[in-house]
Design a protein around this ligand. Structure first.
Ligand SMILES: Nc1ncnc2c1ncn2[C@@H]1O[C@H](COP(=O)(O)OP(=O)(O)O)[C@@H](O)[C@H]1O
Ligand SMILES: O=C(O)C1=C[C@@H](OP(=O)(O)O)[C@@H](O)[C@H](O)C1
Ligand SMILES: [Mg+2]
Length: 171
């Protein structure tokens, strides 16, 4: 059975896509992002899926994309921040090298800013992110086998720490 070398979870702005790409380069492995997989299946950007089809439809596409990637991908896999809300996905992550990128509200808000690419955060990103963190932090913490704090740190530093933690686990 194939499995990803690492599966990155965490809130929007924690750096899953950025650090995931850097970690894959560091490990010499391919990188995959389930948000890109969903966009490829739907044939449009995530913001348009939310507008045209609604969040529920996005979550259904996301659930399938995550299941497929967990079964197929042997490199570094970044999930969308909300993928872990699905109970089936929570179960499917068991036994995987799940890496939780932690980020506090202030850094997350600065990083995502007013990016319209994240439909959940378009209006009032600070209060939306605060709500989202409250709801999800216990889930991220429960699923993680490696947790790395990203506050005030550059992506390259985060990559270093994640790579070291993965190496430590496989020794
Ligand atoms: N550790 C970091 N420090 C500063 N900026 C970061 C860091 N990680 C990511 N970023 C920036 O924050 C934004 C969101 O990062 P991204 O990787 O898309 O996060 P996620 O996939 O978790 O939502 C990007 O503009 C990225 O360049
Ligand atoms: O947290 C969420 O619910 C979402 C996070 C986004 O991915 P990132 O966490 O990579 O920004 C993307 O999947 C979608 O906009 C929904
Ligand atoms: Mg991302």
């Amino acid at each position: 059975m194939t499995r990803p070398a690492a599966v990155l979870i965490g809130p929007p702005g924690s750096g899953k896509s950025t650090v995931g790409q850097g970690l894959a380069e560091r490990l010499g492995l391919p990188f995959r992002d389930t948000d890109a997989d969903v966009e490829a299946v739907a044939g449009k950007p995530i913001a348009e899926i939310f507008i045209d089809d609604g969040e529920e439809h996005f979550r259904a596409l996301e659930r399938e994309a995550v299941a497929r990637a967990l079964a197929e991908h042997e490199g570094v896999l970044a999930l969308g921040g909300g993928a872990i809300l699905d109970p089936g996905t929570q179960q499917a992550l068991s036994g995987h090298t799940v890496v939780y990128l932690q980020v506090g509200l202030s850094d997350a808000v600065k990083r995502v800013g007013l990016a319209s690419a994240r439909p959940l955060l378009v209006l009032n990103p600070r209060s939306q992110l605060r709500k989202l963190l409250e709801e999800r932090l216990p889930i991220y913490e429960r699923l993680a086998v490696i947790s790395v704090d990203t506050d005030g740190r550059e992506p390259a530093e985060v990559v270093d720490e994640v790579a070291a933690a993965i190496e430590e686990r496989t020794r």
